[in-house]
Design a protein around this ligand. Structure first.
Ligand SMILES: *Cc1c(COP(=O)(O)O)cnc(C)c1O
Length: 723
């Protein structure tokens, strides 16, 4: 392979007078590079053939490396953007951490999740080039660590970009910084380690970029913003702003106010969530303890912000909401919004929520900062690599131009009434389903129901994503089947794939609950040839590639307003699954493009959720009024299922019916949306098999152009980075 990558080709130093963008992200969920790189080089089929001549199946490479240096959508987005930037010939470079262990490997033990370390380098790391000579020292209050960059080539058709990941070295305690993605943070020590990671990434990247600038342009920093944009992928790398100010003021004696102005022309911030528990706030005392210089800078910045707000006559409440210092904490989001040239949400509705609620005061004073860039996914991995048959179908009817210019995929819409094309499309889906079934047989030892509808909900396990609601919906269907009320029900497989954060008790309870339901259905001869649940183990990028190609229905059922965008929804759409989901995140833009009539939308919309919160929402009254729903929910406590006495199910039941000190009962409005959800699933079941259903799938697939991350990165380049 090395012949393809001369040692110095991946780190293209930006031309002296050309602007580059740097994408700082605590996660890069890269996945397997082997097939992707062969495809980008245009030799995948040749290599497949050569290996076959030697009696080697190219899928043998599935056994090695699947760099999971991320945990879900945010990290996968970063990886898609790297791919698209290289493909679109844009000078965009990733900066992250080279974790020794990526996201844990998941195992089920009696239906409970167990976590094993992900030793992704056990077969070596053929892609990275260590740049020892570019190492730098990163200073903490209790000592220095060495940051050693590793460059991974990101191959595009006409360009190779580098993804640079920093590894911490120097001592045993130094190496801990880049040991684990998301170290357990239920102790102070764990939280401090996380803060160390954030600063390590921030200081490694900023140190390098400032040094590079000074080498080329000297100590006049006035052109920094003209030549360099730094994108903060969520708040994890926000300390980069403070580090930038520290270097300019302390090492180059730039006056503080001027340094702030320069920083505001360099940094931009992408928000990924409005969930209050996910908005980072660092206790002042942690920052002070670990990073005293940075702490001073942040306090100076906070004081300047406060002075400016006072001078500008900003009323008290607005000041309070926007302040960098929030009591004993530093708000990373407020720091980011204050310092960013542009702040973006990741789907149209999400950006509106940022403007109208989360960051409403900031939007009022600086509306020009706020822009939307709807997420995208790379069609090279999420269509061309995982669904080659569908691609050949497109080639046959519209030629191959769409492969370089994905917007041309829309030309296929002209064939939406063509029986031959729809037949070809259905045949491809059928073949992908057989392939998926074979893969699941190999991985899980489970035989999928033949000729079944495949519904899939694959994504991180989180209450707001409402896997629990899907579980209840399946239970309702199960009970109706048992009562013989659904005589025409078509065999249906529900695929789940999800990892729970190791310390997230409720999420782990939901995994166990779904596995219990799966077992019950599987053991019930009355229904097991009609209904099946498979919770695949260790859902990751490689698994996702197979599932999106082989599914009929994409379940995207988050509580309206809470899924910032979603990208899984886009992968499924691209591969011709209909969306069964709520009006949330990018689902809204998906149905805007593919037609609401071609998808299965249900549930409360954002306005209704707000109204229910305002007027009072009573899940218990809804349960009392709906016997079907009650029966499903009560299986948590009526002895139908057991959780080995660990208290998971009682806790889930209480979360729905009693609430807790920090939330009201059924915080995610499952009882509001569940009845409509069941109706939608059954409607799909009834329509499946008709040509009209195939057409819906087809229209989704060929309307997916907008959801290419090529479009997204071009929007960043134009609206934010000014490349
Ligand atoms: C795309 C992807 C995600 C994000 O899925 P959402 O449904 O948008 O939450 C998470 N994990 C993996 C492995 C993915 O490929």
């Amino acid at each position: 392979m090395w012949a393809f990558f001369p040692r110095n080709s991946v780190s293209i130093p930006p031309a002296a007078d050309k602007k580059s963008a740097y994408y700082l992200s605590i996660e890069f969920l890269i996945g397997r590079m082997f097939y992707n790189n062969l495809m980008e080089l245009g030799v995948l089929e040749d290599v497949r053939g050569l290996l076959a001549e030697k009696g080697v199946d190219i899928s043998a490479f599935e056994e090695i490396e699947d760099a999971a240096l991320g945990n879900g959508g945010l990290g996968r987005l970063a990886a898609c953007y790297m791919d698209s930037a290289a493909a679109c010939d844009l000078p965009v470079y990733g900066r992250g951490i080279r974790y020794r262990y990526g996201l844990f490997k998941q195992k089920f033990e009696d239906g409970f999740q167990e976590e094993l370390p992900d030793d992704w380098q056990s077969f070596g790391d053929p892609w990275s080039i260590r740049r020892e000579s570019e190492s730098r020292r990163i200073r903490f209050a209790d000592g220095e660590v060495l940051s050693v960059p590793y460059d991974m080539p990101i191959i595009g058709k006409n360009r190779v970009n580098a993804l640079r990941l920093y590894q911490a070295e120097g001592s045993e305690s130094a190496a801990k910084i880049s040991e684990y993605l998301y170290p357990a943070d239920d102790t102070e020590e764990g939280k401090l380690l996380r803060l160390r990671q954030e600063y390590f990434l921030s200081a490694s990247a900023v140190g390098e970029l400032v040094e590079g600038y000074v080498k080329r342009h000297g100590k006049d920093f006035s052109r920094f913003g003209e030549l360099c944009a730094i994108q903060l992928n969520d708040t994890h790398p926000v300390l980069a702003v403070a580090e930038f100010l520290r270097i300019l003021t302390e090492e180059y004696f730039v006056p503080f106010g001027r340094a702030v102005g320069i920083a505001q022309s360099v940094f931009h911030y992408t928000n990924h969530t409005i969930l209050p528990e996910a908005l980072e706030c660092w206790p002042k005392k942690y920052i002070e303890k670990l990073l005293p210089d940075i702490y001073d800078i942040l306090l100076r910045l906070a004081a300047k912000q406060y002075r400016d707000m006072k001078k500008g006559g900003v009323p008290k409440e607005d000041c309070a909401a926007m302040r960098i210092v929030q009591g004993k904490n530093i708000s990373m989001a407020n720091t980011a919004v204050y310092m960013a040239g542009k702040v973006n949400g990741v789907a149209a509705i999400h950006t509106e929520i940022l403007k109208n609620s989360l960051f409403a005061p900031a939007y009022r004073y600086t509306p020009e900062k706020f822009v939307n860039v709807t997420n995208g996914v790379t069609q090279r991995r999420w269509l061309m690599l995982c669904d080659p048959e569908l691609c050949r179908l497109y080639d046959k009817y519209i030629g191959e131009g769409w492969r370089d210019n994905f917007s041309e995929i829309g030309k296929m819409r002209a064939f939406a009434a063509d029986a031959e094309v729809l037949g070809g499309f259905a045949a491809v889906k059928g073949e992908n389903k057989r392939r998926l079934a074979a893969y699941i047989r190999g991985r899980e030892g489970i035989e999928l129901l033949p000729n079944a509808i495949v519904y899939a909900q694959v994504k991180r396990l989180h209450e707001y994503k409402r896997q629990l609601m899907t579980a209840f919906a399946i239970l309702e269907i199960y009970f109706r089947l048992k009562r013989g009320e659904l005589p025409d029900f078509r065999p249906s497989v529900f695929l789940f794939g999800a990892k729970s954060a190791p310390s997230y008790f409720r999420a782990k309870g939901i995994i166990k609950f779904i596995n219990e339901i799966a077992k019950k259905i599987d053991g019930d001869p009355d229904v097991r040839d009609k209904l099946q649940i498979v919770f695949v183990c260790n859902y990751d990028v490689s698994y996702a590639e197979k599932i999106v190609a082989g599914s009929d229905v994409s379940l995207q059922v988050s509580t309206a307003g809470l899924e910032a965008s979603g990208t899984g929804n886009m992968k499924f759409m691209m591969n011709g699954a209909v969306t069964c989901g709520t009006m949330d995140g990018a689902n809204i833009e998906i149905v805007e493009r593919a037609g609401r009539e071609n998808n299965y939308i249900f549930g409360a919309e954002v306005e209704e959720i707000a109204r229910l919160k305002e007027e009072g929402y009573d899940p218990n009254a809804r349960l009392a009024a709906d016997g079907e729903m009650r029966r499903a929910v009560q299986t948590l406590t009526d002895g139908t299922f057991g959780d080995g006495g660990r208290g998971y199910f009682k806790d889930l039941y209480d979360s729905l019916t009693v609430g807790a000190s920090w939330h009201k009962p059924d915080h995610y409005f499952i009882m509001r949306d569940l009845p409509e959800y069941v109706d939608r699933l059954l409607e799909i079941n009834a329509e499946y098999g008709a040509q009209s259903f195939v057409r819906k799938q087809f229209i989704n697939a060929v309307s997916a152009a907008y959801f290419s991350s090529d479009r997204s990165v071009r929007e960043y380049a134009e609206k934010i980075w000014n490349l």
